[in-house]
Design a protein around this ligand. Structure first.
Ligand SMILES: Nc1ncnc2c1ncn2[C@@H]1O[C@H](COP(=O)(O)OP(=O)(O)O)[C@@H](O)[C@H]1O
Ligand SMILES: [Mg+2]
Length: 275
């Protein structure tokens, strides 16, 4: 098992005591594609980042079990965690602008990521960077390798980010709203690319999004989060059989091309969902 999470809790101190941002979350992941959906603030990012122990400094984390490939992440030392972060597990975030170094060319950044994890000569790393740019389906890798982040479009920047994440040959990819900043066509291309890389390399994928249909299209399984909890977990092709009213609500609020409505439904939330 690549990831095991049992009863994960993430809390933050507030004026009135600790408040739960993630509670009783349990998940497992093998070489498969898991989607996590839910509205903003439901705890998706904190759950995924717990796997890399990349949480805000004031967060308190606890779990009955939190493991990556059998390694107990709550007891692992910093050196072990560093090997997992950006090595055995890669994180792709929404905006490459904040993750790429603005004063280094794309090629140099990928080559450096390669050398940190695999060693070897500068020349070999440079060649590896071009290979990786080709793998993320960039047609003119030499030109892109010489470009600085601000010279790249959003979609191109995201491809460079993905190439960098692939450099250490990770076993797990966490994509946290990787395409929210992109327009719809580029979004579909990037997701197809991620899907293709994940299946060809046999990685596990956690794809986070607030877009339920999109996630169910690209993933095998979907966990639906609401207010810090997983309220429902389903095979992606069984979405229409969702039972939880929040999941049903997400489905009912979708605009339909075949049955257009004058006004979209607005979801009614029930306080009982919180308990
Ligand atoms: N640094 C922080 N300090 C205090 N509370 C936080 C912090 N980061 C996140 N939270 C709380 O955790 C909740 C879940 O955050 P997050 O996992 O980022 O949500 P999502 O990714 O689903 O939008 C937020 O709604 C917020 O209440
Ligand atoms: Mg988030």
């Amino acid at each position: 098992m690549l990831v095991e999470i049992r009863n994960l809790r993430v809390q933050f101190p507030t004026a009135t005591g600790l408040s739960d941002a993630v509670r009783d979350v349990s998940l497992t992941l093998g070489q498969e594609k898991l989607g996590i959906v839910g509205e903003s603030g439901s705890g998706k990012s904190l759950t995924a980042r717990s796997i890399m122990r990349l949480l805000p400094g004031n967060a308190r984390i606890s779990a009955d079990r939190l493991a990556f490939d059998g390694i107990d992440l709550l007891r692992a030392d910093e050196a072990t965690l560093r090997k997992i972060r950006g090595g055995r597990a890669g994180l792709i975030m929404q905006d490459p602008k904040y993750s790429l170094n603005p004063v280094m060319t794309a090629g140099a950044q990928i080559a450096e990521a390669w050398r940190v994890h695999r060693g070897g000569s500068r020349k070999a790393a440079g060649q590896a960077a071009l290979d990786l740019l080709t793998q993320v389906q960039i047609r003119d890798p030499e030109r892109v390798a010489r470009a600085y982040p601000h010279e790249l479009s959003g979609g191109m920047g995201q491809r460079v980010m993905i190439a960098m994440m692939l450099a250490p040959d990770p076993e797990l990819l966490i994509a946290d709203e990787p395409t929210s900043a992109l327009d719809a066509t580029v979004q579909a291309e990037i997701l197809r690319l991620i899907e293709d890389l994940v299946s060809r390399r046999g990685m596990g994928l956690i794809l986070i999004s607030h877009d339920l249909p999109l996630v169910s299209h690209f993933c095998d399984r979907v966990a639906v989060m609401y207010a810090g909890r997983i309220v429902e977990e389903l095979a992606a092709n069984e979405l229409t059989r969702a039972k939880h009213p929040y999941t049903r609500g997400l489905l009912d609020c979708l605009p339909s091309l075949t049955h257009p409505q004058a006004r979209l439904k607005v979801m009614q939330r029930d306080p009982s969902w919180l308990t």
